[in-house]
Design a protein around this ligand. Structure first.
Ligand SMILES: Nc1ncnc2c1ncn2[C@@H]1O[C@H](COP(=O)(O)OP(=O)(O)OP(=O)(O)O)[C@@H](O)[C@H]1O
Length: 276
């Protein structure tokens, strides 16, 4: 029996009382003048302020600067400009408090391969735990909930290094969800996920957004990105368009940055992009 047969899908996961609680998304904002890596200017002037109760998808061609922007807005890369959380400079926040507000799932993240999947997901609770204190009942409940949502609870006792690419990604996603933060930033979260788990991911994002969170994801899967509330289209280190997925201007921007190599169609009420 596979794990999907033993565990409820994200859609079916029972909603615990704590999951219905409203999340307050602090306002995160980056005003960037420039960002250079190894002497090469990678990002041009831009501003991004992800809205609460909304899912923002960042899309664009390879090398456009999507991952760099996401790492900058997570405070992981120095740049010329300002980064604020609730109007207060990023660096003025105590790191632990900041980490309770903003959770991050990086691209191809490395993690301690010999830790169990459960312990990896529990790392998401560190910002909630006093120094050297054991995990609380609330920590256990948050981890169980996150691992059930991503259908990774089945492997909780297995070392991370023994999991397949998709299984590992679902554990790392559980770690980010377990933070229960108001802002959730994810770089290529669908990497290695099969189509049903991609759909589950969309459902999880929708649930977090309904609760009040601001979710930002860098995505190569345009068909998934077209389900977001807002698309941020990047090209050559710039944000060239920001708009809803149904807007003709958004479709035109996508066509421009992908050199008219797309067919953007509406099928059964949903926008999809085919390679042309
Ligand atoms: N350490 C580095 N030194 C110099 N240039 C870098 C460095 N890291 C990234 N770059 C360059 O910065 C640009 C933006 O990279 P980034 O990874 O942000 O793009 P991306 O839009 O996420 O691309 P992809 O879709 O291929 O993942 C690319 O041209 C890349 O080659």
């Amino acid at each position: 029996m596979n794990d999907a047969a033993r565990f409820p899908t994200a859609r079916e996961t029972p909603v615990a009382a704590s999951d219905t609680a409203t999340t307050r998304a602090p306002s995160l904002r980056i005003d960037l003048r420039s960002l250079s890596l190894s002497g090469h200017r990678v990002l041009q002037p831009l501003t991004l302020a992800p809205a609460p109760r909304a899912w923002t998808a960042i899309v664009g061609p390879n090398g456009a600067g999507k991952s760099t922007l996401l790492r900058a807005i997570t405070g992981l890369l120095p740049f010329d400009g300002t980064l604020t959380l609730d109007g207060r400079p990023w660096t003025a926040w105590p790191a632990k408090e900041r980490a309770r507000h903003v959770a991050w799932l990086g691209q191809n993240e490395s993690a301690a391969e010999d830790l169990t999947a459960f312990d990896v997901a529990m790392l998401g609770r560190l910002p909630h735990q006093p120094w050297l204190a054991p995990a609380s009942a609330a920590d256990h409940a948050a981890v169980r909930r996150a691992m059930s949502q991503t259908q990774s609870w089945d492997w909780r006792d297995r070392p991370l290094g023994s999991l397949s690419g998709g299984e590992r990604q679902r554990v790392l996603l559980a770690r980010a969800l377990a933070v229960q933060s108001g802002v959730l930033l994810m770089d290529e979260p669908l990497a290695h996920l099969d189509p049903p788990h991609q759909s589950d991911w969309v459902h999880i994002v929708r649930e977090r957004v309904t609760q009040g969170a601001a979710v930002v994801s860098v995505l190569h899967e345009l068909n998934v990105a077209l389900q977001a509330d807002t698309l941020v289209v990047m090209d050559a280190g710039r944000i060239v368009h920001e708009g809803p997925p149904h807007a003709p201007a958004t479709h035109a921007a996508l066509q421009r940055v992908f050199h008219e190599r797309l067919l953007i169609l509406q099928v059964q009420g949903r926008w999809i992009a085919l390679n042309a």
